[in-house]
Design a protein around this ligand. Sequence first.
Ligand SMILES: Cc1cc2nc3c(=O)[nH]c(=O)nc-3n(C[C@H](O)[C@H](O)[C@H](O)COP(=O)(O)OP(=O)(O)OC[C@H]3O[C@@H](n4cnc5c(N)ncnc54)[C@H](O)[C@@H]3O)c2cc1C
Length: 476
Amino acid sequence: MAETNPETIYDVAVIGGGPAGYTAAIRGAEYGLKVALIDASPRLGGTCLLVGCVPTKALLFNAELWDYLKEAEEFGFKGVDARTLDWGAVMARKNAIVTKHVNGLQFLMRKHKIALFSGFGRVTGGAKDVVHSVEVESNRVKSPVKAKNVVLATGSEAKLLPGLKADETILTNIEILSLSAPPKSLIVIGAGAVGVEFASIFRSFGTEVAILEFLPRMVAVEDEEISKELARVFRKRGIETSTGAKVEKVEKTADGVRVSYTDANGNAQVKEAEKVLVAVGRGPLTSGIGLEKTKVELERGFVKVGEAQETAEPGVYAIGDIVAGLPQLAHVGAMSGMVAMAKIAGRYYRPVRRDRIPSCTYTDPQIGSAGLTESQAKEKGHEVKVGKFPFAGNSKATIVGSHDGFVKVVTDAKYGEILGVHIIGPQATELIAEAVAVMELEGTVDHLMFTIHAHPTLSEAMLDGYAAVEGMAINA
Ligand SMILES: Cc1cc2nc3c(=O)[nH]c(=O)nc-3n(C[C@H](O)[C@H](O)[C@H](O)COP(=O)(O)OP(=O)(O)OC[C@H]3O[C@@H](n4cnc5c(N)ncnc54)[C@H](O)[C@@H]3O)c2cc1C
């Protein structure tokens, strides 16, 4: 906890120490600004580090290894017993990874001389003589932190269905990350990224998983063919998915939970399981932080911002999950924080572009996408030319034993500009980085067809994907 000298005037006070807030704070310090960071949680890192990106990916890595071990004999390993999972050790490893990175953040705060305040922060109105005052409340004691600029980075929380409260049976992303054992059965409500990731992880650990999704397809923000392929592979893996399903009631039973819903044909259905995960989206944490005393404008609770993340209140910025119109992703939060700090420091910046954001879903198989889907490109009036290359034709995919999925490249037929890349398959979340760089540089198919990709690698599937636009993939 930083010294609370009420006379100190910081250049910036950041409220919220998740990936948006801590990245902004560090970048601000790198620009030479005097930065205060206020977080309500005893541990820095926010949703992402404590109960989101990092612990889920730690579990997913275990799940992937476990799936490989189930096929041990195929890889020539005899005598491997893939039945005795030490869940306690799995959870301990996940917790150790989180703690290591929480400590890493504490180190970075010290290294960059960022004043850290532990407590709930709220703005007290507009600036007086160009200085804002943020009230930090801890153990019912309120202390002021003064700053020339304020960056709001308070993040989001899981939405629950009306009348539900999270507990040991009705789970959100928080409770499901500290289960004492994988449940025998799990109903997942919601097939967005969070829902399908947990469905994938727990299926690998032997849980019977059923997904109920209100929309007509899973991962609805993705290209339609990606949704279809995920549904196909999930079916093959024994994950049952009902789309177009409207959940009516969730009730606890003696053995777990009963979910009543109306299926896509309008028929009433009931499913029972040991646990239910509610993954129906995340709401912004913008109430109770004093915004009503400012000119900050909200849209369904999300903060409206300009291209440098500035709000309608002079000197107040908003970044991360609370921003209207941006996807709720850690790297988007981090970049929006870097943009805000560059603006505050009077340095060069480029606004966050919605069509240059890698969107990753860490399931088995993984999904990585960026830019326009095929139908979005058509809706925008592009004459669209598409190339598709299946991982079945890629030798590295065979080596790692992962043949499901494909690379789909959406281009503008006239100039060959890459408008979107949609990958489902092995390491899709890593491969998508190339596509984002290509789109940043307005790469064209002609150019990329002559860009050398190493052999044998999964990235060669990208080369074949670009060539497929001209009907000239080599390996399919
Ligand atoms: C299960 C799950 C998995 C995910 N996986 C990924 C992934 O793999 N990749 C990805 O990009 N995204 C992922 N996300 C999304 C990602 O976690 C969020 O986009 C990201 O955490 C948002 O960052 P943020 O800094 O805006 O908010 P948060 O991470 O929510 O942090 C907000 C911080 O603000 C603090 N705070 C809130 N109110 C106050 C206040 N008034 N005063 C002081 N402090 C306050 C909180 O304590 C918290 O530390 C996942 C989310 C979930 C739930």
